[in-house]
Design a protein around this ligand. Structure first.
Ligand code: SAH
Ligand code: SF4
Ligand code: F3S
Length: 442
């Protein structure tokens, strides 16, 4: 039995793709392993969103080749594979096959080809019409949490972003297929599902199959109500695109407790001029309307975001607007990135005129402001009881269990592994920088 090791970088879509690749390979008789050193085949699932992310592929392959006398078969999949295609064979020594983002269903064919004919196989083809989107129980990243893709690709073409080129146009899965998967996951004992996609709320299936009985202002809010009706314990969804964030999504959350109280809504900038140059399709006023609606919910909905600093043309005043925006929104957390020019995107042609040290200064200042807002804002959880899914023994202490709350905070608490897979009431006793600590209520 050939042993395969899969290394995954990038977003949840990549994690989900790796899970399906692992499912396919297991079914075809390969053995999945966590030990890279003894693997016969190594598959690297890559990300291209920022230069640093892409760099990981190059260092990783160098490291693998150095550490072994006999070279394993090395395959590259994911966004770098799709974007670079055959050029990867020239760029990096040791690559045997390249598999595009929609060719992942043919992973076994790629491996067989390399075994039979030697290295040099590339497949950037389209998905099989009957592509199976499900993941086998054994190959999920967690026995209790599952990712369910509902839409792939992106039609938005924000000027800085490589994703539309790497992932192609938006394609939505049918409501009935999504519902079928959720019911099956529930049967397998999964407690929490994440509906995933680059822009989940741009969800637009070809028909309303499976959604006929559910009301809503958009296909996405109808889907949310339909998934809520499956009775699965917890439903989260990410990422939401601000322009398409219809207020009805918040109404659906208010109506259904199993739609968890967390929204990730990447704003990118607080300046209308920069938002326009980014082609984000929302103004800051529109964004604030979304935020106000979310904050007006009867539930305490946690808000998180992504922000880019140092986009071409960003002035100090634009940056101040971003700081003000962060103060207004009071995010529970924010992923802050320095703008990274990506070849092939429209912004790559713009003058990257914010000096590196200014990008770093802005990054640090925003991080500092956000930290202080966050520290203050997270105090509201102190002494509150949160429902936490006990997911695993904590990496830091054998005596602690780690999981996520409905508002998607990492929560650690004293407990033993017998409670894994249960949702427990945890009273929060300590607010830490990136997690909460608490004790189980009896
Ligand atoms: N589909 C999501 C997220 C896409 S990528 C959305 O529309 O928001 C995740 C995050 O990476 C983005 O939100 C953005 O903040 C960041 N990002 C994307 N391209 C980038 C670039 N060229 N430089 C810096 N950050 C970038
Ligand atoms: Fe990239 Fe914009 Fe699409 Fe998000 S919406 S994936 S940031 S192009
Ligand atoms: Fe990266 Fe591709 Fe996801 S570029 S963020 S792995 S869609």
């Amino acid at each position: 039995m050939k042993k395969v090791y899969i290394e995954t970088f990038g977003c949840q879509m990549n994690v989900s793709d790796s899970e399906r690749v692992a499912s396919t390979l297991a079914e075809k008789g390969y053995k999945l392993t966590d030990n890279e050193k003894t693997a016969d085949i190594i598959v690297i699932n890559t990300c291209s969103v920022r230069e640093k992310a892409e760099q990981k592929l190059y260092t990783q392959i160098g490291r693998i080749r150095k550490g072994r006398s006999e070279k394993p078969v090395i395959g590259v999949m994911g966004c770098v594979a799709q974007l670079e295609g055959e050029t990867l064979f020239n760029k990096i020594n040791g690559v045997d096959f390249v598999l595009g983002t929609r060719a992942v269903g043919r992973i076994h064919t790629a491996i067989e080809k390399v075994m039979a004919e030697g290295s040099g196989h590339t497949d950037l083809g389209e998905r099989e019409p009957d592509y199976d989107w499900s993941v086998s129980d054994a190959q999920r990243h967690s026995p209790y949490v599952a990712f369910v893709p509902i839409i792939e690709g992106c039609n938005k073409f924000c000027t800085y972003c490589i994703v539309p080129f790497a992932r192609g146009r938006e394609v939505s899965l049918s409501g009935s297929e999504i519902i079928r998967q959720v019911l099956e996951l529930r049967r397998q004992g999964v407690k929490e599902i994440h509906l995933i996609g680059q822009n989940v709320n741009s969800y637009k299936p070809k028909t309303d199959s499976g959604l006929e009985d559910f009301k809503g202002s958009t296909y996405f809010s109808r889907l949310l109500r339909a998934v809520a009706a499956t009775g699965i314990e917890r439903i989260k969804f990410t990422t939401s695109f601000p322009r398409d964030f219809h207020p009805d999504i918040v109404d659906a959350m208010d109506e259904n407790e199993n739609l968890c109280n967390w929204v990730h809504l990447p704003v990118q900038s607080g300046s209308n001029k920069v938002l326009k140059d980014m082609r984000r399709l929302h103004t800051i006023e529109r964004y604030f309307e979304r935020i106000d609606k979310i904050k007006a919910s009867g539930r305490d909905i946690a808000l998180t975001t992504d922000i880019i600093v140092g986009f071409p043309g960003e002035t100090d005043k634009d940056f101040r607007d971003t700081v003000k925006m962060a103060e207004y929104c009071e995010f529970d957390s924010a992923y802050i990135f320095k703008y990274s020019p990506r070849p092939g995107t429209p912004a790559y042609e713009m003058d990257d005129d914010v000096p590196a040290e200014v990008k770093t200064e802005r990054f640090r200042e925003l991080e500092r402001v956000q930290k202080s807002i966050q520290t203050r804002h997270l105090q509201r959880y102190l002494n509150k009881t949160l429902k936490v899914l006990a997911e695993k023994v904590s990496a830091k202490s054998d005596e602690d269990i780690s999981g996520h709350s409905t508002c998607h905070k990492v929560v650690n608490f004293r407990g033993s592994n017998v409670i894994l897979g249960n949702i427990v009431d945890v009273r929060i006793t300590e607010i830490k920088a990136n997690s909460l600590y608490g004790e189980v209520c009896s």
